[in-house]
Design a protein around this ligand. Structure first.
Ligand code: GTB
Length: 217
């Protein structure tokens, strides 16, 4: 069966690939799995039909036959387990790749997400100016550590894996901040991920949703 994922009918990121369907699309493209997309509005995400797929009324979701999944990390893991291309065959190397998946979502994404949320929701708050350097410092700490571990390697642990896919996707949220560029090896790492044909196809597919909504002319 062809799996179906959900994505924003109208993404607030205006096609920049920052919503979490991007990592799922990218994973599907990496393993060569065709997929369909059901676009949902913010209202539809909170209706019973979507809540049955996603208890928190969010995107992305993934449906394949009788299986319905939510949580982008779990979906990427499922895709990576089903088809070759995103997890090494060697059991130890596979366990390390999974550790990098968790690191991306559990250790690196939280300070990046918190910083992004403050920029969106707290700009007019009296504490914004004082808090921003602290949020930047939390992000910098993780980037320093990540850059030190990556060193001169192309990927985090041997061949490109689902760990790299999620890490690059998480770092994309810092686009325009200049923080990733403080580490040339991290900037090159993100660029390397984004240059992958599978990334390009996934990015084009999510951008097409935004483009299709724009008035002609
Ligand atoms: N932990 C879940 C996962 O990884 O799947 C989090 C899912 C999630 O946050 N989904 C968001 C959502 O559905 C979309 S991706 N939000 C609607 C709601 O909660 O009602 C988060 C996101 C949204 C917008 C931007 N942006 O505009 O740049 C970037 C990322």
């Amino acid at each position: 069966m062809t799996p179906t994922i959900t994505a924003f009918a109208s993404s607030p990121d205006r096609g920049r690939g920052l919503a979490r369907d991007m990592r799922v699309r990218w994973a599907l493209e990496e393993v060569g799995q065709p997929y369909e997309v059901r676009l949902v509005s913010f209202a539809q995400m909170k209706e019973p039909a979507h809540l049955a797929r996603h208890p928190f009324g969010q995107i992305p979701t993934y449906e394949d036959g009788g299986l319905a999944l939510f949580e982008s990390g779990a979906i990427v893991f499922h895709i990576a387990e089903r088809r070759p291309g995103l997890l090494p065959a060697d059991a130890d190397a596979r366990a390390r790749a999974v550790a990098w998946m968790f690191a991306a979502l559990n250790t690196v994404e939280p300070p990046i997400f918190e910083r992004a949320m403050a920029l969106i929701l707290e700009r007019d708050k009296p504490w914004f100016e004082a808090r921003q350097p602290m949020l930047d410092a939390s992000v910098r700490r993780r980037l320093d550590e990540l850059a030190a571990r990556l060193g001169g390697a192309d990927w985090l642990d041997g061949a490109f894996s689902a760990g790299d896919l999620l890490m690059v996707n998480v770092l994309m949220r810092l686009g325009g901040s200049g923080l990733v560029e403080e580490h040339p090896n991290l900037a090159a790492y993100v660029a390397r991920g984004q240059a992958r044909p599978a990334y390009q196809r996934a990015f084009a597919a999510q951008l097409a949703v935004f483009t299709a909504q724009q008035p002609a002319g």
